[in-house]
Design a protein around this ligand. Structure first.
Ligand SMILES: NC(=O)c1ccc[n+]([C@@H]2O[C@H](COP(=O)([O-])OP(=O)(O)OC[C@H]3O[C@@H](n4cnc5c(N)ncnc54)[C@H](OP(=O)(O)O)[C@@H]3O)[C@@H](O)[C@H]2O)c1
Length: 325
């Protein structure tokens, strides 16, 4: 049984607490909030035995195998460093940190302490992505040269809300753009160069951003993310003999469709457990039981690489955060 702790009691913390109910051999053993009342309310709702009104108390708590960080991105580095110093393995929400410099500090401490650390990029752990990779490797769609992916929904315009507030790491790129970026690199390899354009809003963060990547090896990906409009949230991988698509929205994929240039089309059902976050919780549990310090599906070197790519895109679109200083 893996004994989980959750840090933070917001939207994604609740989704993950629900996911743990559907995760085999996992128990939500503790939750921490900045407020004792919020921790108690969350604990009562999800049946959590231990609730803490200070994050430090979860870092110091005994009998917790791993803590899931569910705070806004500018807090991730500080929270992760505190938890690792308290001897806890960590699953950290995306964006992993605000920038690559912070990510390097967190990864270095995990390696020094020999503790498991993983970016909670949940779509990387979906069986559908493994099936897409298998189809590519089989040669069915021929040599692959292009990925196209989009992720957008209409967000609140409230300037104080996390998604618009620069002090809380607001902006579409770090919240949404990381998904197409991460999936494109999972499929096509590391980024060699990037060109980006953005629509920067009144609070100084990007409301929508598009970026074209050239990957090492020469393949390209064309990605966009938006807080201004609802987009189809599709991902298509194209090869010389056809293309494969994650249906219907890539983050809720329950099947993939292969469409070949010879006219043949087939659809393969793929598992999607619980609310989707179950797959990352299962992978973290598998790694802990196997004594791994990182997941081969979302290695730390790749998390660092992706944070570097996000830094490059932000330099081009002129979005800076306090912690970039
Ligand atoms: N994987 C996904 O699908 C997904 C979806 C949504 C968000 N996320 C990520 O999860 C993180 C949290 O997003 P969310 O939508 O859950 O945010 P949220 O609803 O605002 O919750 C964030 C929580 O963080 C804690 N917190 C600590 N310092 C804070 C501060 N200065 N201001 C506000 N809250 C603070 C609060 O918990 P306490 O008051 O209990 O301390 C708050 O409830 C972000 O990094 C986001 O990118 C991931």
């Amino acid at each position: 049984m893996i004994r989980w702790g959750i840090l933070g009691t917001g939207k994604i913390a609740r989704a993950f607490a629900n996911a743990l109910k559907d995760t085999p051999d996992a128990v939500l053993a503790a939750v921490a909030s900045r407020s004792a009342d919020s921790a108690a309310a969350f604990g009562a709702e999800f049946g959590v035995a231990r609730t803490y009104g200070r994050y430090e108390d979860l870092a110091a708590a005994p009998d917790i195998d791993i803590v899931y960080i569910a705070t806004p991105h500018p807090m991730h580095a500080e929270n992760a460093l505190m938890l690792l110093n308290g001897g806890k393995a960590v699953l950290c929400e995306k964006a992993f940190t605000i920038n690559r410099r912070q990510a390097e500090q967190v990864v270095a401490l995990a390696r020094e302490k020999k503790l498991f650390l993983m970016e909670a990029m949940w779509t990387r752990f979906m069986p559908a992505l493994a099936e897409v990779k298998r189809i590519i490797a089989s040669g069915e769609i021929g040599p692959v040269h292009l990925v196209t992916a989009d992720f957008g929904f209409t967000a609140t315009k409230d300037p104080a809300h996390r998604v618009n507030n620069p002090d809380l790491g607001g902006g579409a790129l770090l919240d949404l753009g990381i998904y197409p970026l991460s999936l494109a690199t999972a499929l096509l390899g590391p980024v060699a160069s990037v060109q980006a354009k953005a629509d920067v809003g009144p609070t100084g963060v990007d409301l929508q951003t598009s970026f074209t990547l050239q990957h090492e090896g020469g393949a390209m990906s064309v990605c966009c993310c938006s807080f201004k409009v609802r987009t189809p949230c599709e991902l298509t991988v194209s090869g010389e003999l056809g293309f494969v698509r994650m249906n219907t929205q890539f983050h809720r994929t329950t099947s993939v469709t292969v469409s070949r240039a010879d006219g043949h089309t087939r659809t393969v059902p793929t598992p999607f457990l619980g609310n989707g976050y179950v797959h990352e919780a299962m992978e973290a549990g598998r790694c802990l039981r196997a004594g791994l310090l990182e997941s081969p599906i979302m290695p730390l070197a790749e998390t660092l690489h992706l944070m570097g790519a996000l830094d490059s895109i932000r330099r081009q679109i002129g979005v800076r955060y306090h912690d970039d200083e």
